[in-house]
Design a protein around this ligand. Structure first.
Ligand code: AMP
Ligand code: ZN
Length: 479
């Protein structure tokens, strides 16, 4: 069966052009090419897969959130309105999500921390929201929790059941991927039948790529999150939440769906299958996928345990926005590795921009040719590194400081570095440094230059630079 079928609603791009101010060319994972983006209707509909709330998120997760934010800010800058939904996965994401086996990750977190599943989910949801806010990410129009949309998920499964796409096993209701002719189109997967040739332990599954829509509560297993359904007490599969919530709030065909590239082969592939077989319409017009943050050669991931968190960023003396600046230096479809050195370089560059904006006079005009150049870079599949290069051209150019400032502040609508509100960081000199300064003053009075130099080095190692002036020592933080 072809789930989109002849009733497929072909996308009419022509009428949308009236809303368009600056064209956006966005790489679409579906076609593996850059396409001219135009929304289906006046308001752009955008959905992104949010966090599974059982653990601190790592900086890779946040990079993806910032890539989506760059897209959204660019759309806003280009004159669109955006309706944006981000989900909170607080049930149904199993430890082995490719095979629908293992323990619910939120349940696992609850056991680890001696909390209820709901407590652990709310705790990490709150932390996530605080972290993304500190990174300059604009809140979605609505955050949607999977546990608060069980009815919508059951309705969608019922639709699939009526269409003949489901079957029952001892542990749940499954989607029969062989019934969907287009299954795997996002990932370019070979036909399901071919895959069935690979020897895997299918259990009761008919095809390796079939997946759970509803899992039954297993006898004797203590689960805190269960609901009644037409098929028995249990809980929804992970993928169904996104299809159900995206369609509930954004309509059956949405403009852009985003997430990290790890979601292409299973999660997003299954979201498409469920939605399109239920509605017979194209589910998503543009799929945007952000590349990984890597550690060495490997993807940063909770399960590998090679994660760096926002706490790590702060503990090493960096601000969340230093990290945002760093991510903007690499295109969102390229892998990024984050080190103390790369963060230090980003922090220094960002501080230079920030200090300029703080000191420059207000009331300037936007430099038109630079603004056009900047938007052209973003319009080319969100090329932030090139856009940043234009910002540096502005900074080093011959315009007045007021005009430079006005231009950079406008750029920041897309970059999200909080420049309009930037304040010079208050420098607090630690007592240890003050003591070393006093000791150095004494050493200099005694003309003990060796001691004075050693003390200067010690102070530098603590992050401060001493300068000797006729008025005495001055001190500044090393960036
Ligand atoms: P999770 O909490 O694991 O469901 O992931 C939340 C989001 O972060 C998803 O969009 C993932 O694709 C994305 N993600 C996970 N690991 C990484 C990584 N190492 N780099 C970039 N994005 C990631
Ligand atoms: Zn999702």
């Amino acid at each position: 069966m072809n789930c989109i079928g002849s009733r497929a609603k072909l996308v009419d791009k022509s009428h949308s052009s009236i809303f368009m101010k600056i064209p956006l060319h966005l790489f679409n994972t579906l076609s593996r090419t850059k396409e001219n983006f135009l929304p289906l209707k006046k308001v752009v509909t955008l959905y992104n897969c949010g966090p599974t709330v059982y653990h601190d998120q790592h900086i890779g997760n946040f990079r993806t959130a910032m890539s989506v934010d760059l897209l959204k800010r660019t759309l806003l800058l280009f004159g669109y309105s955006v309706k944006h939904i981000t989900n909170i996965t607080d049930v149904g994401h199993l430890t082995n999500d490719a095979e629908d086996t293992g323990e619910d990750k939120v349940q696992l977190g609850a056991r680890r921390e001696g909390l209820t599943a709901k407590q652990v989910a709310r705790k990490y949801e709150k932390l996530y929201k605080e972290d993304v806010a500190s990174l300059g990410v604009i809140s979605p129009s609505k955050w949607t929790r999977a546990t608060e949309h069980i009815a919508a998920q059951i309705d969608l499964i019922k639709k699939l059941e009526r269409g003949g796409y489901t079957y029952r096993t001892a542990d749940g209701i499954y989607f029969d991927s062989s019934k969907d002719e287009n299954y795997g189109k996002l990932a370019g997967l070979k036909s399901v039948k071919l895959q069935a040739g690979i020897r895997v332990d299918l259990g009761e599954k008919k095809n390796p790529s079939d997946f759970a829509l509803w899992k039954f509560a297993a006898k004797g297993v203590d689960r805190q999150m269960e609901w009644k359904s037409p098929w028995g007490v249990g809980f929804p599969g992970w993928h169904i939440e996104c299809s159900a919530m995206a369609m509930k709030y954004l309509g059956e065909t949405i403009d852009i769906h985003a997430g990290g590239i790890d979601l292409i082969p299973v999660h997003h592939t299954n979201e498409i299958a469920q939605a399109e077989c239920a509605t017979h319409k194209q589910f998503v017009r543009f799929w945007m996928h952000s590349a990984f943050v890597i550690e060495g050669e490997e993807k940063m991931s909770k399960s590998k345990g090679n994660v760096k968190t926002m706490t790590w960023i702060r503990e090493n003396g960096f601000s969340p926005l230093d990290y945002r600046y760093l991510t903007l230096q690499t295109h969102y479809r390229k892998e990024l590795s984050v080190t103390i050195d790369s963060l230090t370089a980003a922090k220094t560059a960002f501080a230079q921009i920030r200090n300029f904006v703080i000191d420059a006079p207000r009331g300037g005009k936007i430099i038109a040719d630079k603004y056009i150049k900047f938007t052209e870079s973003l319009s080319d599949d969100l090329n932030a590194p090139r856009a940043l290069a234009t910002l540096w051209e502005v900074l080093g150019g011959g315009a007045s400081d007021a005009d430079k400032r006005a231009t950079i502040i406008k750029f920041d609508d897309a970059l999200g570095l909080g420049l309009a509100k930037a304040k010079r960081a208050k420098v607090v000199i630690p007592t240890t440094v003050k003591k070393l300064m006093t000791a150095r003053e004494k050493a200099r009075k005694n003309k003990d230059w060796t001691a004075s130099d050693t003390l200067r080095d010690e102070i530098r190692a603590l992050g401060f630079e001493i300068k000797d002036t006729p008025q005495g020592q001055t001190i500044e933080p090393v960036l």
